[in-house]
Structures are given as C-alpha cells and as structure tokens.
Design a protein around this ligand. Structure first.
Ligand SMILES: [Mg+2]
Length: 263
C-alpha cells in the first residue's frame, strides 16, 4: 500500500489533476473515487477566480464526479471567507466575474462602486476593459485594503497559455507601485489553512496533491504538509528536474496520476 494512503485527508488541485478545461482526466477521477471508497476526506482546492462553487459543481458533474459544496474551495470562495473573518458584510469593489461576485455576496458582502469600497478584490475577468481598469486603478490609489484572489501570472489553457489574474495585478503594480496586501490563492498559506479548517484536520493528517511545483507543492510546504506531484498537467517526466531546480522545491512523492496511488 502506498504510504500516503495512511493520510486522513486529501487536498486536491483541479486543473491538471482532475480535468483540463472541459475534458476530464480519467485517472484523476478514478483516483478520487477510490479514495472515497476508503473513506478518505477530500477537498478540491483551486486558484480559479472566475467560478463559484455552484458553477464548479456543474463542471465536476460533466466529469462524472459528484461533489458536495463543502468539498470545493476555489480562490473565489476562499477570498470571500477571508474577508468575512476580517469584517462582516464588507463593502467590496471587485474586478471579478459573476462567479466571484456570487461568492462575495453569499458570504454577506456588498458589491459597491470603487469610491465607496472598503476592499479592492482583484480576480480574473475575461471581459476586462479600460473602464473597469480605471475603477480598479482609482480603488488601488485610494489606499483601501487590496486583496488578490490568486497570484497566477499565466494560466495553461488547453490551446496554450492565457493571462491569469496577474494581468490585472501586474497592470496595477506598474501604474501605482502597489502590490496586493493579501494574496489568497496557492502558494499562499491562506487558502490552505481554510482547506484544513473545512476538513477539520491538521497539516500532518493531509497530503497536498497537484501538478505544479510553484503552486501546489509550495502551498503544501507552506503549511508543513506532505506533498504529491502528479504528472497529468503542467509538470512532466521531461521537465520535472528543471521545474524542481527553477522553483527550489521538491515534492515528497511523484506519481504519473492520482490513481497510481493504488498500483
Ligand atoms: Mg493545477
């Protein structure tokens, strides 16, 4: 039996582990089903900043995997939770898409214009334009608390790289010299600590699974958990050594896919 099967909880990345865009990764899904048969607790943690839990549940259904809302922790929900701990029903201006707005509102926050906001929340927006950037710029210059859902510079889409949330963080930095006060998504500890809180487990009881050393493995190390790198996404047999030296972090375990835990 693989030593990681002694863990009680599995903190699992989505893109590159369970699916690529709208295509499921069969061996990832198979692995999750087997973990559940063993009675393991599972939470899916992703830096996705455009999908709410409700939207993500639909994606999992199309993958043939049923998940509960409390098994999903995207950067959208994690950011809304984080703000709620600092301030109940905060006034928020966000660059984000409806998925992020949905989670902010579900957590009790109010979406307001940039000049009334207590928080600037930067998340990806595939419809970003001059008007929205102008508002974000003014919110940023006003000095209000500034959160980013995640630090992703580039997202590896099915047909090639596309801009990540870094597109907006980078533009604001270039314009104002200001970086986010808080970054919620991986490799930040914030989203990982929320995952542990939802699971009701401590770091030594979980393994953090993902396809990227600079994102998932670093996030696992940040909370002191053991880490498993799977080669179904960004990292491959061919580039793994250069990735390890580039990011200065080594996963505790490496497998071709999540279901290889059971081989
Ligand atoms: Mg990934």
């Amino acid at each position: 039996m693989h030593p990681l099967l002694n863990k009680k909880g599995f903190v699992i990345d989505i893109d590159g582990v369970i699916g690529r865009g709208e295509s499921p990764i069969k061996k990832g899904i198979e692995g999750v089903k087997k973990l559940r048969e063993l009675g393991k607790k599972v939470i899916f943690v992703s830096n996705n900043s455009t999908r709410s839990r409700r939207i993500m549940m639909g994606r999992f259904q199309r993958f043939g995997l049923d998940v509960d809302e409390d098994e999903l922790l995207m950067a959208t929900y994690a950011t809304a939770r984080f703000i709620a701990k600092e301030k109940r029903s905060a006034k928020v201006f966000t660059t984000g898409e409806p998925g992020l707005v949905e989670e902010l509102e579900l957590a009790g926050h109010k979406i307001v214009e940039y000049d009334e906001a207590e928080y600037l929340v930067v998340g990806s927006n595939r419809g970003i334009n001059f008007d929205l950037m102008t508002k974000a710029l003014r919110a940023c210059l006003s000095g209000i608390r500034y959160l980013a859902t995640n630090p992703d510079r580039i997202f590896p889409a099915e047909d090639g790289p596309v801009p990540g949330t870094g597109m907006i963080i980078g533009a604001l930095y270039w314009m104002t010299g200001r970086k986010p006060d808080v970054v919620v998504g991986k490799p930040s500890k914030i989203i990982m600590e929320e995952a542990l809180e939802i699971l009701g487990l401590s770091a030594e009881d979980v393994v953090v699974v993902g396809d990227q050393i600079d994102v998932d493995i670093k996030a696992g190390k940040a909370i002191g958990a053991e880490t498993l790198l799977v080669l179904t996404g960004v990292t491959t047999r061919e580039n793994i050594n250069s990735m390890i030296s580039r990011f200065g972090e080594k996963p505790d375990y490496v497998l071709d896919s999540l279901s290889d835990l059971f081989d």
